[in-house]
Design a protein around this ligand. Structure first.
Ligand SMILES: NC(=O)c1ccc[n+]([C@@H]2O[C@H](COP(=O)([O-])OP(=O)(O)OC[C@H]3O[C@@H](n4cnc5c(N)ncnc54)[C@H](OP(=O)(O)O)[C@@H]3O)[C@@H](O)[C@H]2O)c1
Length: 304
């Protein structure tokens, strides 16, 4: 680390109000000098921040990168809806590909490391075993296409990092899947998660701690960064209900043909994260211990 105070490297989190960005900020603020960007939600008031709305304010973002001059940039800005990306391809291209290209250029200009958050949906989901970083990609929806293009841009620079998390969850207002299950079951209403969409869900706290270790170890390259358990959404929902003491009878499994979505979803994109775990000496939670972790947090406070 070369910039700012030698003991407190400078970290710029793009999308500092998101699930990943805000969780990373709360863990990393003890170790790094942090600056956040946000768009519609207000960030943690104790941290310095800049409101930037993209694509309109790209030059404001570029000025911020040059002026703040961070050691590391963590880029989490994306559109959360895969269906929206399928129907708004030009905007999705801009937000995921052109934006990332600009950020990567500016990061390189000031000699910063860029850490980019990609996805398991760069794969087509036709494999029965977990995918490793050596397996061939073949996205089947536009979100996956744009994230894969962004990966390639980021990895053109040897100091950069690409992480592939999946179905990120935590005790957080932006943890979409877990909140849908918990909130709906608490209202004693039915939920209908897919039984034919498998992934390795990722506890956001694990992801934040892994990012900090990657920065401290000065690691670079492409890494899968998911939890250990390969489960379908119905199994995930059932475990959430059991651990949160909610009624599992209200969970009705559906198939993709019974409940179609606008963008096609891959069937089974479970990832093997052992390359990263071995490199940084870290263990991602399995699904049971991950949900137990968020259940304990739920007993202490409302969502962050
Ligand atoms: N969540 C998942 O399950 C999941 C799974 C696999 C991969 N990923 C990837 O992981 C990364 C982080 O995901 P996340 O769940 O943390 O995302 P998120 O909660 O939706 O947060 C996105 C962040 O980007 C900002 N943002 C969104 N649109 C913007 C725009 N037009 N201009 C400026 N800022 C904008 C948001 O700001 P405001 O909140 O202030 O509006 C927020 O800080 C993304 O790259 C995503 O593709 C996520």
């Amino acid at each position: 680390m070369k910039k700012g105070n030698i003991n407190r490297p400078k970290l710029l989190i793009l999308g500092g109000t998101g699930l990943v960005g805000s969780t990373l900020a709360s863990y990393a603020q003890k170790i790094f000098d942090i600056h956040l960007t946000y768009c519609t939600n207000l960030p943690l008031s104790t941290l310095s921040s800049t409101k930037i709305s993209l694509p309109d304010e790209l030059s404001k973002l570029e000025n911020l990168i040059v002026q703040y001059d961070p050691d590391v940039i963590v880029h989490t800005v994306s559109h959360p809806s895969v269906d929206w990306c399928q129907e708004n391809r030009d905007l999705a291209n801009f937000l995921h590909v052109n934006l990332t290209e600009n950020i990567a250029k500016f990061a390189s200009k000031i000699n910063s490391t860029l850490i980019y958050l990609s996805t398991d949906w760069v794969f087509d989901g036709t494999r029965n075993n977990k995918y490793t970083e050596n397996d061939s990609t073949n996205p089947i929806n536009h979100y996956g296409v744009t994230k894969l293009l962004a990966e390639k841009i980021v990895l053109d620079y040897p100091q950069n990092v690409v992480l592939r998390p999946a179905v990120i969850y935590g005790w957080h207002k932006k943890s979409r899947f877990t909140n849908w299950i918990i909130d709906t079951l608490k209202e004693k209403k039915y939920v209908d998660p897919h039984v034919d969409q498998y992934a390795t869900p990722t506890l956001v706290d694990d992801l934040a701690l892994a990012i900090i270790k990657i920065i401290e170890n000065k690691s670079s390259g492409l890494f899968h960064s998911t939890g250990k358990s390969c489960v379908n959404r119905f199994e995930f929902a059932t475990q959430i209900a059991e651990i949160f003491n909610l009624d599992t009878n209200l969970i009705k499994p559906v198939t993709q043909s019974e409940k179609p979505q606008k963008a096609p979803r891959p069937n089974r994109t479970c990832l093997d994260s052992s390359k990263l775990e071995n490199l940084i000496n870290f263990n991602f939670h399995d699904i049971t211990s991950g949900i137990e972790f968020i259940f304990e947090q739920s007993q202490k406070s409302n969502y962050e």
